[in-house]
Design a protein around this ligand. Structure first.
Ligand SMILES: Cc1cc2nc3c(=O)[nH]c(=O)nc-3n(C[C@H](O)[C@H](O)[C@H](O)COP(=O)(O)OP(=O)(O)OC[C@H]3O[C@@H](n4cnc5c(N)ncnc54)[C@H](O)[C@@H]3O)c2cc1C
Length: 287
């Protein structure tokens, strides 16, 4: 199928893009097009104007600043995949990206596009949630920082005003030697996950868990940060038995059912993947 007719705009600055977004009737932003183009072709969205962000300078970068990684919204997923900085400083993001689609889709797809599309099973979304990322949105005349926990408002609905553009992502770094793991179950490699789990662990010299982060994708309408489960881990001696018993609490998640999996199967996957992710994260801790 071909997309419906629309007017195409290619602004050269964020201010120009915001201006177009806030003044045009029924506009839609285009980043890598890996979700938007199929939605246009299938007539799930029918914009009158498409605003292409790819000609705006300065929206694609990966850099380290004062204990955090900063990534531009238009950074291609393939650039994240091959970034030495990310592999060294935030290996969870690289591990998540390797599960995103195919190299062809990662060549075009951007991190900002994935966060704004906000599929509940999207890997970059889950990594940002687990990592306490902060995203920056630009609107008419101002910018605002949004903790990623507050970014998913509802199913595929980001916390953005109609005239706001996501411009950057900031990910606070965990200490060197932290444990990490990204695991997912998908019917075929490159498909969206049925359920995915991301885990981060910081352990002291005596094996006590100082800090834990666990997030689950694909289980509910929005990705879930498992605060109560994390609280059960912190202060405890890390062990497979501890991970097994805490992960079992995932069987009580208010999961969704669809053509791919029942509620019970998603709860089961959540428990199994959480346990495995914590075990793998522990095995990767370097003291
Ligand atoms: C075959 C195939 C397999 C895939 N598999 C996976 C997978 O396993 N996991 C996964 O996570 N994704 C998968 N994807 C989706 C892919 O990761 C997309 O790249 C991503 O969802 C959207 O990024 P994009 O840059 O292509 O954004 P686009 O498709 O251009 O835009 C997506 C949406 O975000 C909005 N948007 C884009 N940028 C901004 C911005 N800066 N500010 C505000 N709104 C913005 C757009 O208006 C649109 O609504 C797959 C895609 C394909 C085609």
């Amino acid at each position: 199928m071909k997309p419906p007719p629309f007017s195409y705009h290619d602004p050269r600055s964020v201010a120009e893009a915001v201006q177009l977004l806030s003044t045009l009737e029924n506009p839609k932003l285009l980043a890598g097009g890996q979700s938007l183009m199929p939605m246009l072709n299938m007539r799930f969205v029918l914009p009158d104007h498409v605003i292409d962000l790819s000609k705006i300078d300065g929206l694609a970068y990966i850099r380290e600043t004062a204990g955090a990684l900063e990534i531009g919204a238009m950074t291609r997923q393939r650039d994240i995949e091959f970034s030495e900085l990310i592999a060294t400083k935030h290996p969870l993001l690289r591990e998540g990206i390797l599960n995103v689609g195919h190299r062809q889709t990662r060549n075009r797809g951007t991190i900002g596009g994935s966060l704004c599309h906000l599929d509940p099973a999207a890997e970059q979304v889950l990594v940002c949630l687990a990592s306490d990322a902060i995203v920056t949105a630009a609107g008419p005349g101002s910018e605002r920082a949004i903790p990623f926990r507050e970014f998913p408002l509802a199913y595929m609905t980001p916390n953005l005003e109609p005239d706001e553009i996501l411009i950057g992502i900031k990910i606070p770094l965990w200490p060197a030697g932290h444990g990490y793991s990204f695991l997912e179950f998908a019917r075929r490699h490159g498909d969206f996950a049925v359920v995915s789990a991301a885990a981060l662990l910081d352990i002291d010299a005596g094996g006590i868990i100082k800090r834990a982060a666990v997030a689950l994708g694909g289980v509910a309408a929005v990705p879930l940060r498992m605060d109560a489960l994390e609280a059960q881990l912190v202060g405890q001696k890390a062990s497979e038995d501890l991970f097994r018993s805490t992960a079992e609490t995932c069987r009580a998640i208010d999961a969704v059912a669809d053509v791919h999996a029942t509620v019970e199967y998603r709860q089961h996957l959540a428990a199994v993947l959480t346990r495995r992710a914590l075990v793998q994260a522990l095995s990767r801790v370097k003291r």
